[in-house]
Ligand binder design. Structure first.
Ligand code: TYM
Length: 333
């Protein structure tokens, strides 16, 4: 059995990296996989402080963006994590399977905790165990994500393998990351060596799914570049992270390859390329943004999707969680 699970945190406006690196790629998976679960991971979100009202609004917005991007809520299961208590229950068991040494190696914790590790929440540290639980609560086999999640998925594999080994079972599959598309790592518009992220203090570093036409044009115009024009071959982008990023975004948005983009724009300056990129971004993003806005005015419809998604997710999770509890030796007479 092949089953997809993926998640997005409702921690602020979704950006182009989330769209190109993840959500957009989910649309076609429903044809190849029987069950696809797409989760708004609100429990992961509170590992750093979230204003409760904002968390509710952001949860709806991420669900709306999934739907607007073309993820069909009938054929796929769209829900928010906290509605299915099995995520927390399995995460606890995994807290007891994963080793401190494994979590100590997680680069995302180091980045997010910064220099003041003592003040980070315990949840932020244990975050990857919850992520493993998300996937394995459904015996998920394939996980479509951007490149930044690779290390967390390796940990999920280690947890599954250790659980299977310790309890002498073949309960959990060893999950496969699906990292595909031409934009597995979209970089900041202000620094081509840093990934585009929701937590970057500069709003100019990212294009969000709620930016209007003017904002998109302004951010692309102000994006960092170098003084050279665009090369005609991909090799000419080496050592030019900002140029490579913008060309990569163009390729991803237009559904072509970097070589095609350079075939068209090679030899031109950014004065020509940037307006073309802005026009393309607006053309591709605005229909999705319009649909997100429409759905955000109809919260009852979004809530209905999340409610029914959670019901369907619970039905899949329940027998698996029971099997795990029995394996561990939890007596439920
Ligand atoms: P999150 O919310 O940070 O990001 C959601 C998805 O967007 C991808 N992504 C990017 N892709 C390309 N370029 C970027 N700059 C970029 N930034 C983000 C991420 O790789 C991700 O696919 N821990 C996860 C959420 C999660 C999860 C899971 C994912 C929780 N449980 C189970 C998969 C399976 C996270 O924080 O994603």
């Amino acid at each position: 059995m092949k089953r997809i699970f993926s998640g997005v945190q409702p921690t602020g406006n979704l950006h182009l990296g989330n769209y190109l690196g993840a959500i957009r790629n989910w649309v076609h998976l429903q044809d190849d996989f029987e069950d696809c679960l797409f989760c708004v991971v609100d429990m992961h979100a509170i590992t750093v402080w979230q204003d409760p009202a904002d968390l509710i609004a952001n949860t709806r917005e991420v669900a709306a963006a999934m739907i607007a991007a073309g993820v069909d809520p009938e054929r796929n299961i769209i829900f928010n994590q906290s509605q299915v208590s099995g995520h927390a229950e399995l995460a606890w068991i995994f807290n007891c399977v994963a080793r401190l040494g494994w979590l100590d190696r997680m680069t995302q914790f180091k980045e997010k905790a910064g220099t003041d590790k003592e003040r980070a929440s315990v949840g932020l540290y244990a975050y990857p165990n919850l992520m493993a639980a998300d996937i394995l609560l459904y015996k998920g086999t394939h996980v479509p994500v951007g490149e930044d999640q690779k290390q967390h998925l390796e940990l999920a594999r280690d947890i599954a393998a250790k659980f299977n080994h310790d309890y002498k079972t073949e309960m959990f599959p060893i999950v496969e990351p699906l990292i595909f598309g031409t934009a597995t790592r979209v970089m900041s518009l202000k620094d081509g060596t840093k990934k585009m992220s929701k937590s970057d203090p500069s709003d100019l570093s990212r294009i969000t799914m709620t930016d209007d036409t003017d904002a998109i044009a302004r951010k692309i115009k102000k994006a960092k570049t170098d003084p050279d024009g665009l090369p005609s071959e991909a090799k000419g982008l080496e050592g030019r992270p900002e140029a490579a990023n913008l060309v990569g975004i163009y390729a991803a948005l237009s559904g072509t390859e970097v070589t095609d983009v350079l075939g068209e724009f090679g030899g031109q300056g950014f004065g020509v390329f940037k307006p073309a990129l802005a026009a393309l971004a607006v053309e591709k993003l605005s229909p999705i943004q319009d649909e997100v806005r429409r759905l955000m005015d109809d919260t009852a419809a979004v809530d209905a999707v999340l409610r029914s998604g959670a019901e369907r997710a619970r039905a899949l999770a329940e027998p698996i969680l029971k099997e795990v509890q029995k394996t561990v030796g939890f007596l439920h007479p």
